[in-house]
Design a binder for this molecule. Structure first.
Ligand code: PRX
Length: 635
């Protein structure tokens, strides 16, 4: 019997040790007993981090949707698979049963096939948080097409870059989307993007807002009539274990986003197993992850992980502040949510609102609270623990990444004693290492270093779409034979991990990963701008906010700085999306640089954070005089 469900701490340590000593036997047992395979594997694992190449369950055949849908039909056909809660609290929630999900996914899959989509083709999904988003993902997986979901808050430029990078043939979108009191013209954004996307042959449009939108003849199709005509039956394509399941873009240290490629079998096994244990999921639970499916959290813990366990997963279209800041708690009460998984930025925003908005609702259904996306600060942790969990629902502070596919360091609720701000222990099968700047592993406890993982786990990304070299350079070159996460961490006296934050040029704002390079590229497009540098500074709700230092071209003319700030933020909104807008923009005479011309972000970060007591030695800079000027004019 495999240890699919871990129930106490001793068992965790015992299973963890087994997963490290005999990883292949361990994962083989989990895979064997809990999933539906069309053919079993020839080899559980082969790996070489120098190439890097990792294969799990090689030779196996499966379809992930048979695991997420078909196999539940006989026992859970009438159980709610997806519970859709609309933006407008007066619109009724929709309960989609496993049987209905089966039919709707098949219909969608049949429409995709009619549009000429075949196994291996890329499909871009730019859809708000409505059921069709989950259904289109599953429909792609059903026919072996590779889905590439782009968060429906990205701009047309960002969308076009992603469509072109993986040469998507088809785009799924909606006429518009609702976000609180706002309506967003999604189709307009897609139309603009597609002016520069030659690979796209067709667009399927879901009706949501009923806005009058332009439909390009021969290219654009309303989805509904096509679905109505399509069969509710359909065979799942039999996929190989290592066939790509999806691409999901994440920010990097250059302007080009990285298309992380996840494959079928390992991703399925790991997301299902982590879901079961991290949330101590049981059959009649109602699981709610508030993330958008446009991010990895939604892929793994709204769609694949919960459905692979036959769970009921809540999908919420709206925002925490609409119609007021009690909305999350109203939904918890209404649907008797048992596990609630959200981001620290949301917790901080809600904690500011006063307890009346919490106390109005009955939260007694809650058993487990989750946090993800950025470090959770002590104050937010306690508020979440006391005010929402009433001290009874353990907080699982889950550390992981788009690249890791599933949760990597986390408490197991009711098993691992929690500790504020600590993600605690590695999940089963995960072998973390803290590294020093000389490339040596730091052993022992009460130490800190750069966080690496030294052994493969089933759901790790296998490559960057179209650029394996970049995958190697980014993740496997900083430390020999190890996956480098880009995060710093410390290990306390009992071996618990605390993630201290990014150690590279990625800044996490409201739980969203933002690379500095694409933002700087956008700013530098402004005709008046000569150079720019972005850093993060602490913000009480967003965690970090963005601070831009901008030098202007010397044209002899005087410039209106307020207008320039607006224009710069508009450029960022156009190129990336509103999530990347700057909170502060300081115009400077120059940027501090090393003699080799590299911008010294460390100094800029300290100035923006009001932490100038120890700037270090600035005399070796190429232009030390700018530092004082920047400090004198800090915002
Ligand atoms: O810095 C870490 C932070 O988010 C990064 C990954 O971002 P992304 O790929 O967008 O995935 C987010 C959702 C899985 C990490 O490198 N991060 C994520 N979870 C935590 C965290 N930092 C601290 N504590 C966490 N629990």
């Amino acid at each position: 019997m495999s240890h699919y469900h871990i129930k106490h701490l001793e068992e965790y340590y015992q299973v963890y040790r087994k997963s490290v000593r005999e990883p292949e036997n361990f994962w083989e047992e989990i895979a064997e007993e809990h999933f539906l395979w069309r053919k079993k594997w020839d080899k559980v694992l082969s790996w070489d981090f120098t190439k890097p190449e990792v294969k799990w369950f090689e030779g196996a055949q499966l379809n992930i949707t048979e695991n997420c849908i078909d196999r539940h039909l006989s026992t859970r056909g009438d159980k709610t698979a997806i519970l859709f809660e609309p933006n407008d609290p007066n619109e009724p929630a929709e309960h989609i049963t496993y049987r209905q999900l089966y039919e709707r996914v098949n219909q969608f899959a049949n429409v995709l096939k009619e549009q000429g989509i075949q196994r291996g083709d890329r499909v871009c999904i730019y859809v708000p948080m409505i059921p069709e988003l989950a259904i289109s993902i599953l429909a792609c997986a059903r026919i072996g097409a590779i889905h590439s979901v782009v968060f429906a808050g990205f701009s047309s430029k960002a969308l076009a870059t992603r469509i072109n990078d993986s040469e998507c043939k088809l785009v799924v979108t909606a006429d518009g989307s609702y976000r609180g009191a706002k309506t967003i013209d999604l189709k307009g954004i897609v139309d603009e993007a597609l002016q520069n996307c030659p690979s796209v042959k067709s667009v399927l449009v879901v009706k949501r807002t009923n806005e009058d939108v332009h439909m390009e003849a021969g290219r654009d199709h309303w989805l509904e009539p096509l679905l109505d005509k399509a069969s509710k039956e359909g065979k799942a394509e039999i996929m190989n274990a290592e066939d790509p399941l999806f691409i999901l873009y994440t920010s990097g240290s250059t302007g080009r986003p990285k298309g992380m490629v996840h494959t079928s079998a390992g991703y399925m096994v790991y997301t299902a197993y982590t879901f079961k244990n991290t949330f101590q999921y049981r059959e009649h639970d109602i699981f709610w992850c508030t993330a958008d499916i446009g991010w990895i959290t939604g892929h793994s813990y709204i769609v694949y992980g919960p459905l692979a366990n036959g769970a009921t997963t809540v999908m919420f279209e709206g925002v925490p502040s609409y119609p007021d800041f009690g909305r999350f708690w109203e939904i918890v009460q209404k649907h008797k949510v048992t596990q609630f998984y959200t981001a620290p930025t949301a917790i901080r925003a809600l904690a500011k609102q006063g307890v009346e908005l919490v106390d109005k609702y009955d939260l007694s259904s809650l058993k487990v609270l989750g946090s993800v996306g950025e470090p959770i600060n002590e104050e937010a942790w306690h508020w979440y623990n006391d005010t929402i969990g009433k001290g009874k629902s353990p907080i699982v502070d889950t550390w992981w990444q788009t690249e890791t596919g599933g949760i990597m360091i986390t408490p197991i609720p009711f098993v691992t004693p929690t500790k504020p701000t600590y993600a605690t222990l590695p999940f089963i099968g995960v072998q973390p290492a803290l590294m020093d700047d000389n490339g040596q592993e730091i052993k022992g406890n009460q130490v800190d270093g750069k966080l690496c993982i030294k052994f493969p786990w089933p759901s790790m990304a296998r490559t960057i779409w179209g650029d394996h070299q970049r995958y190697k350079d980014t993740y496997f070159s900083a430390f020999e034979n190890k996956y480098f996460t880009g995060d710093g961490a410390l290990r306390d006296e009992v071996g618990y991990y605390r993630i201290t934050g990014r150690v590279d040029d990625v800044i996490i704002v409201s739980g969203h990963n933002l690379g500095t390079a694409p933002i700087e590229d956008a700013i530098n497009e402004h005709p008046a701008v000569s150079e720019s540098a972005i850093v993060g500074f602490p913000h009480d709700v967003k965690g970090n906010a963005l601070y831009g230092y901008v030098t202007l071209k010397d044209t002899g003319e005087s410039r209106n700085h307020e207008n320039l700030r607006k224009e710069i933020n508009q450029l960022i909104t156009d190129r990336i999306g509103p999530i990347a807008k700057l909170d502060k923009i300081q115009f400077t005479q120059g940027l501090p640089k090393t003699r080799s011309g590299k911008i010294m972000r460390r100094i800029l970060r300290k100035i923006a954070s009001n932490d100038t007591s120890n700037l270090g030695d600035t005399s070796t800079l190429l232009n030390p005089e700018v530092v004082q000027e920047i400090m004198d004019n800090v915002l």
